[in-house]
Ligand binder design. Structure first.
Ligand code: PLP
Length: 450
């Protein structure tokens, strides 16, 4: 019965589905893995085989799959209503979640605007910033963003991000000045970490000075640039950027879609330096990775700029059909409940266990050029000749072949090019950490040779 269902899934998938971030020619030539169920930190395929979910179902699953508490919260909400609109109506789970988010978010963020995806949360942040300055009587059309930042795939979010392979067919819609984060300077100019930090801040300040009065905001992924390949930032970078945005009187937009909800070892990446941005985006882990819900948090100052008599049309005319979806908000409330002091206290230990296992199994491999880690976000960069920083040719599909090798060993991963990503659920256990890293090492060794 299960096998017949799987074969039918594959037939329909091949005939009709268009997968995200996927070269469909390659997909159609391969045998897809069909995930039919899940249990805790494991995915279960159509034949009943279990796989450790090594990238948290694309970075969003936080507490494992089918967590009884989150399942129950969704069922309880379903007994009341699945969805009602926030356009003109209030709802209990959306209001309670807003209050809870404000309670845990960096200081000063007091208002919550919901949407359905990280990208839409970023669109909203950008539009809020643009309108905020116009409402204050200033025309500030420009953003400053990081080299190789990633903020999602809608047009505005794509404009503040950049990735050569992802974005080369699209011209940015928004005027954006790009500045390198310290890591880029370390890498491209061979600077040590102190010089790279100073250099990155000098470049940012030069851009802020040059475009003074036309910059709506500085947009960045705090602490780790995820999709670029898990590029870490020194903790001192974010508060220094905050200082510069204050000095040059512009907004700071922190995109915590990837780093939020415990990923970096704290609830938010901003918490490592007690930095308070003007706008903050969250997505991925907000519902524990259950449902598509995202949010943009804003300060009271930004919120107040939009207030006025109806007929002046200063309202934020933005919304999505499913803005503040009740099931999503119920899941998010249950997920937040699971962030107990004990869970938060366990994260540094889990990060340290991952670091030890990486040092033992992965770092010694000859084609591992760099192991980058921040909390439970890890990128392992593979290269043909690390000493000369010579990459593998794309045609070799080294990252892709490595995750197929891991799959045969019972671990599901998804690489970023030739950067192997490990991003387990926060609920991962010590023995599973050992398995995850050992399998990654064996798979790298199998594909790259030892
Ligand atoms: C994944 C991601 C996004 C986009 O989120 P979606 O839900 O995929 O639209 C935005 N910003 C960052 C930092 C991300 O990692």
């Amino acid at each position: 019965m299960a096998t017949i269902a799987a074969e039918q899934t594959v037939r329909w998938d091949r005939a009709h589905l268009w997968h995200p971030f996927t070269q469909m020619q390659e997909w159609l030539a391969a045998e897809p893995l069909v995930i039919a169920a899940a249990d805790g930190n494991y995915l279960i395929d159509a034949a009943g085989r279990r796989y450790l979910d090594g990238v948290s179902s694309l970075w969003c699953n936080v507490h494992g799959h089918r967590r009884p508490e989150i399942d129950a919260a969704i069922r309880a909400q379903l007994e009341r209503v699945a969805h009602t609109t926030l356009l003109g109506l209030a709802s209990p789970p959306s209001a309670e979640l807003a209050a809870r988010l404000v309670g845990i978010a960096p200081a000063g963020l007091t208002r919550v605007f919901y949407s359905d995806a990280g990208a839409t949360a970023v669109e909203i942040a950008l539009k809020l910033a643009l309108q905020y300055w116009r409402l204050r009587g200033e025309d500030r059309p420009r953003f400053v963003a990081l080299v190789d930042g990633y903020h999602g795939d809608t047009l505005g979010a794509m404009s503040v991000g950049f990735s050569e392979p992802f974005h080369r067919f699209y011209t940015p819609l928004l005027p954006v000045a790009r500045v390198p984060a310290p890591y880029v300077l370390e890498r491209t100019q061979g600077l040590d970490s102190e010089a790279a930090l100073a250099g990155a801040l000098t470049e940012l300040e030069a851009v802020l000075a040059r475009h003074r009065d036309t910059i709506a905001g500085v947009v960045l992924e705090p602490l780790v640039q995820g999709a670029a390949g898990m590029w870490p930032q020194p903790v001192a970078y974010l508060p220094a950027v905050r200082e510069l945005t204050r000095r040059y009187d512009t907004l700071l937009v922190c995109d915590e879609v990837a780093t939020g909800f415990g990923r970096t070892g704290r609830l938010f990446a901003c918490d490592h330096s007690a930095t308070a941005p003007d706008l903050l985006t969250v997505g991925k882990g907000l519902t524990g990775g259950y449902l598509p819900l995202a949010a943009t948090l804003a300060t009271e100052e930004i919120f107040r700029a939009f207030l006025g008599p109806y007929e002046e049309y200063t309202a934020f005319f933005h919304g999505h059909t499913f803005t503040g979806n009740a099931l999503g908000c119920a899941a998010a409330l249950a997920s937040l409940e699971l962030f107990t002091p004990a869970l938060l206290a366990s994260l540094p230990q889990k990060a340290a266990a991952l670091a030890r296992a990486l040092t033992r199994h992965v770092r010694p491999l000859p084609h591992v050029a760099e192991v980058r880690q921040c909390g439970l976000m890890i990128g392992v960069e593979l290269m043909r000749t690390p000493a000369r920083r010579e990459p593998y040719a794309p045609v070799e599909r080294v990252g892709h072949r490595t995750i197929l090798a891991a799959r045969r060993r019972g671990v599901v991963l998804r690489p970023l090019g030739d950067v192997l990503v490990l991003m387990p659920p926060l609920s991962i256990r010590p023995d599973e950490i050992e398995t995850l890293v050992a399998v990654a090492a064996e798979s790298i060794a199998e594909v790259t040779g030892t």
